[in-house]
Design a protein around this ligand. Sequence first.
Ligand code: UN1
Length: 512
Amino acid sequence: MTYSIHEALQRIGVVDQPAAVAVGTKWQTGAGELLTGKSPIDGSTLATFNEATLGDVGLVVDTAQSAFLKWREVPAPRRGEFVRLLGEALREHKADLATIVSWEAGKITQEAIGEVQEMIDICDFAVGLSRQLYGKTIASERPGHRLMEQWHPLGPIGVISAFNFPVAVWAWNAMLAFVCGDTVIWKPSEKTPLCAIACQQIVNQVAQNFPEAPNGISNLIIGGAEIGNALAEHHDVPLISATGSIPMGRAVATTVAKRLGRSLLELGGNNAMIVTESADLEMTVRSALFSAVGTCGQRCTSLRRLIVHESIADQLLSALKNAYQRLPIGNPLEPGTLVGPLVDQRALETMQHALKTAKQQGGIVHFGHQIDETEYADGCYVHPAIVEMPGQTDIVQQETFAPILYVMRYRTLDEAIEMHNAVPQGLSSAIMTNDIRQAEQFLSPAGSDCGIANVNVGPSGAEIGGAFGGEKETGGGRESGSDAWKAYMRRTTNTINYSTELPLAQGIKFDL
Ligand code: UN1
């Protein structure tokens, strides 16, 4: 299936010079700074165009707001039909979109296809949801009264997304937003603009053939942090859903809070796996490997800390080192490659700096060197690192967005859980064990403090059916499955009096 990114874009219908702004189906060139999109695969330039300016934000929000006024009145199951058609279009363009993801984000083909599958899955989920936006009926304390709640559309939703899941994270948000009766304004990462342009183009084509879809149901604005900030400040954007670094999330949350808006944050993780003395070691190596080196360690759910019982630590380490030794690293488009490049030079420098710091803090570093692949010109290829640490030092408590796996030993499970929770982030976690008591302790209120806690499954690679997100500095938001849709709607509580009396709640008497 390997054809060029340009062929893939063409098959999706992106034929013109890329433009930074989509006001609904109308593309507009930006007048901001020049953006040069480079591929992490070989450093080649994929796109050059001008970013949006602050002036574009108002136009896009106004369009999304007028579209919202129409879309909110379309019956939810019809909104579901729109999303069903989007799912069909994604199925048709699965390979095309995956190719663009690989070129822009450096993902191996398997993972790029998996990411598009995640989009298709959330479409299917959202279609079903469109007939299940249930409110409760509540028994009233007053005779002849009924209480009920309804969920209503919220408004234009601002979606700020990161480079590492350049299409799926938008889809988690957008598909739920669409069935909830909301419109969307997307500010993607400047590192993956073509992924965003391709998705917008797919929505445009479906929207143009769907009579009830107003122009401006889906909008795109490509630019830097100042664009994200302007969206966060805008009173007509009731919810900002932001995925990315903790500092970015802190800035967005503060700005949104100032105007008392809502934010849904999905920020950094520092995900760990506890490996107990009863774990299946062969399974542990396989699941740790996928979670630690998949997407070259650039998932927010990537495994970063391995907390191993001292009795099996040497054995596990040697099996892991053996697996790392044999990792196929290189061009992510080539079949068989398991580790593609880091996203850019800066990511490479951050990784090398973290490894140096870990050494200073007593770490023993295995692998982790840059791979000088002359074949791929300026690609940023590294050999994923394993670092044996004497304890959970400062550097281990930070999220370094690169394939570094810190390994620490423990004696008792209480001590392991304490170490597990002693970091500022709280996204995903796992325990490898065949002991039901250990598994249940890890899942209990006194166990993992993360939003995601798994047994005999690594911390990355969640299915879309569950709510996705985490606690503490991860930001507390939940996206994707379960009842995450509620964040995209507003709840009204209704009291209906069908009697001829007017009793007051709490038995209050208030008669003249
Ligand atoms: C992210 O890295 O921002 O659970 C999202 C996973 C993927 C999503 C990761 N389904 O690893």
